[in-house]
Design a protein around this ligand. Sequence first.
Ligand code: PLP
Ligand code: ZN
Length: 418
Amino acid sequence: MNYLKGLKCKECGREYPADRSFICLNCFGPLEVTYHYSKIQSHLNPKIIVQREQNLWRYRELLPITKNPIAGLHSGYTPLVRTRRLADYLGVRELYLKDDSVNHPTFSYKDRVVSVALSRGAELGYSVFACASTGNLANAVASHCAGAGVPCLLFIPQDIEEAKVTGSLICKPTVVALEGNYDDANRLCAEIGDHYGWGFVNVNLRPYYTEGAKTMGYEIAEQLGWKLPDHLILPTAGGTLLPKVAKAFQEFTKLGWVQGQCRIYCAQAQGCAPVIRALHQGLDYINPEKPRTLAKSIAIGNPADGAYVLREVRQSNGWGETASDPEILEAIELLAEKEGIFTEPAGGTTLAVTIKLLRQKRINPLDTIVVAITGNGYKALDVFDSKFEVDVVLRPNLRIFREWYKGQQALPSVETTA
Ligand SMILES: *Cc1c(COP(=O)(O)O)cnc(C)c1O
Ligand SMILES: [Zn+2]
């Protein structure tokens, strides 16, 4: 059964077959995948989906593949965590975290998009994959390619987190570090294009790649019991995730599987917020800027799909805000202290912006709120430098420990034996 219909220009609507095309020949607009929704409707429903394996391919009819996937058999279906202590602290009733910091196997939302790009890329005959990346995407490409046994090339800016570089290198890809930032790396990849016949997951496979981001939206709706949240806060870098989660909600609504209206909010770091500035200025285009923030995984100054983020945020009656670097770090600590979840600066940005939106009273504390946690803090330890220290260093000796502990006030002190 084939549910994949074709590709369609997001700007002028011209249609193309679902092949290696990725840019409209008529207007240079980006292409988007279309599906046979009536076929999907007659063959698929929530009852069938809930019985399937807990990975992102449980929605496979709504994803752009026609054969068996080659990647992502354990990716997606990450926890939707209902917070207790964080919700109490913020004075809200129903606050969930969509926790992609534990996505398999590389601990970020990028495992979703890469699973779909590689699977479709293989169907289209690509045998080498590549990407430009701020780190998490490189990790996901390196890992999923290793698992599928296909070679890959990674183009990364020179200054990204060491953990992210090692996390890629361990899978033995070919890695090219480039002087400059992500936007420079991305420009080179666009210039290389199809010249060598490689499948650049976020360039020539982009129409398929971006579809993978829908799965976060499907899962949120399913995990809430087939309903949409009232508010969803997402981070934005290149602008893939937000419009595709919006598309996921629109598809589920059209198929009649969910009800409700979700306001979608965009979160960016103050040091790289081209989308938020355009939103606040009432523009419908993006002025690129030079990133200056510790939130490196979302430091994209010239977001490819930024204009679509603006469109979806406005259409959903949402909004967007920025968070400064200190606010981002504070939010990372808050999340860990209250829920035991350690996220990287992208997650800190999203939580910090959520707090700001609550203060602005844009979000009603009695509503259902979902915050996307898109990456893992263990990959970006350097942002805390040497801020945290152990409480004390002791020789491992009982008398010495007791001596020290007597002077401590903070912990319960119930000595069972004298
Ligand atoms: C890539 C990324 C994002 C968002 O990226 P988009 O390009 O806007 O889809 C958010 N968080 C993390 C951790 C990422 O790696
Ligand atoms: Zn077009």
